[in-house]
Design a protein around this ligand. Structure first.
Ligand SMILES: Cc1ncc(COP(=O)(O)O)c(C=O)c1O
Length: 411
């Protein structure tokens, strides 16, 4: 059996698969099993922030794995790698956050945040936004998407209230004496790169403070320079003092790792045994994350992302103007960018047409195609991606135009 046959036979088919066997990667490119080269504008769902096989990451992995991969009794014992990461992370964290715990995935970080918010406040209600994504554990699933999204596992966490993303008045109306927390992304990534109105997050923070409700900001997709700032919350024009910030994806550039940081006030209320896990804060992940943060800081990657993001977005906007019958909007912040397609069906068509031409993109909910390359992507690769995208759009334009000319109803 070949790779596809084996995976299809023995794997659990949770995903719609792309017909692509990826063997290796370097920088912004990956190669398939037939030697075909692709520009990776998915970065593994926003993870490989330094590109594939970056020496900073591979060296950190090699060096630490030769020393120690898992502490005796895991988190019961101390680790130089963990201590170094705590210090480095502290340098880039929003100033009101002072303590951090490391987890294995973004969902686990959010799950812990929700768990802690409920325990520390003694309240049950969590307010989340429609179109959000916070993970696939029970807690996080319960606060993801919206009322319609998570029906397949019921009952879920009771007392979740969904409000419209970007609408401050809805959050205000939703808060009551039993509200433990609000969980929100600075920009909804999985929801289709939805950017809230300026000042939204600052107002949410203020509302939370006034009502003694904990604010959990989910920076799993937006953190680590993805949006052109170290954290997405710092785009807000008024200060955002979150009680808990969760992080993942880019934090270790591809090694499965995540974290949540809390204020002193939250930390003081945490008791031994409130959270934990076998691999939490393992030295291998810590060593890689330390190096990723050092690299991002020393090389001013946030500024580079702003510049590259501007180029990419400008190109996407030009394509949106050129193909108004297919694309209704181009939007983005830093290197978190998207095309809003006119119909859901066009997402798959465009993604496939791009793949056939050597560009990998991320089909996303709500009629969106996302472009989230690594943060070091070269200008030439952005130009090439836009060229491929233009060609891919032109390939799906003709049948639609022909159909409408012939008076055939589309979609
Ligand atoms: C904003 C956000 N939160 C949480 C998650 C879940 O992270 P993970 O897949 O690492 O569990 C994701 C994943 O896409 C995300 O984008």
């Amino acid at each position: 059996m070949n790779v596809v046959e084996i995976e299809d036979k023995y794997g659990i088919p949770f995903y719609d698969r792309q017909n692509l066997v990826v063997e290796k990667g370097k920088g912004s490119h990956v190669w398939d099993d037939k030697g075909g080269r692709y520009l990776d504008f998915t970065s593994g769902w926003g993870v490989t922030c330094l590109g594939h096989a970056h020496p900073v990451i591979t060296n950190a992995l090699c060096e630490q794995s030769k020393k120690l991969m898992q502490n005796p009794n895991s988190g019961f014992t101390y680790s130089p790698a963990r201590a170094l990461l705590l210090e480095r992370l502290q340098q880039v964290l929003p100033v009101n956050l002072s303590r951090t715990f490391f987890t294995n995935s973004g969902a686990e970080a959010n799950d812990a945040a929700i768990k802690l918010a409920r325990k520390l406040s003694g309240k049950a209600r969590v307010i989340s936004t429609r179109g959000s994504f916070h993970g696939r554990t029970f807690n996080t699933l319960s606060v993801s998407g919206g009322e319609q999204n998570t029906r397949r596992y019921i009952p879920q966490l009771p007392q979740t209230q969904f409000v419209e993303f970007g609408d401050i008045r809805e959050i205000e109306a939703a808060m009551n004496d039993n509200t433990a927390a609000v969980i929100v992304e600075p920009v909804q990534g999985e929801g289709g790169v939805r950017i809230p109105p300026a000042g939204y997050l600052g107002k949410v923070a203020q509302l939370c403070k006034e009502n003694t409700v904990l604010l959990i900001v989910d920076e799993i997709q937006t953190g680590f320079c993805r949006t052109g700032r170290f954290f997405g919350l710092s785009h807000s024009d008024s200060p955002v003092e979150a009680d808990i910030v969760t992080m993942g994806k880019g934090i270790a550039g591809g090694f499965p790792f995540a974290a949540f940081s809390v204020t002193d006030e939250v930390a003081r209320k945490i008791e031994k045994g409130d959270h934990g896990g076998t691999y939490c804060g393992n030295p291998l992940g810590c060593a890689v994350a330390s190096e990723v943060i050092r690299f991002l800081q020393e090389n001013c990657i946030a500024l580079r992302v702003l510049e590259s993001g501007r180029k990419l977005l400008k190109g996407l906007q030009m394509l949106a103007d050129e193909y108004p019958e297919l694309v209704s909007d181009a939007r983005g912040i830093g290197l978190l960018t998207a095309l809003q397609m006119k119909e859901d069906g066009l997402v798959g068509q465009l993604s496939t047409a791009c793949q056939q031409r050597g560009l990998l993109v991320t089909p996303t909910r709500n009629g969106v195609v996302r472009f989230i390359p690594d943060l070091l992507v070269e200008t030439g690769d952005i130009e090439q991606a836009l060229e491929i995208l233009g060609d891919a759009l032109s390939s799906i334009e003709r049948p639609l135009a022909a159909a409408s000319q012939a008076g055939i109803a589309c979609g």
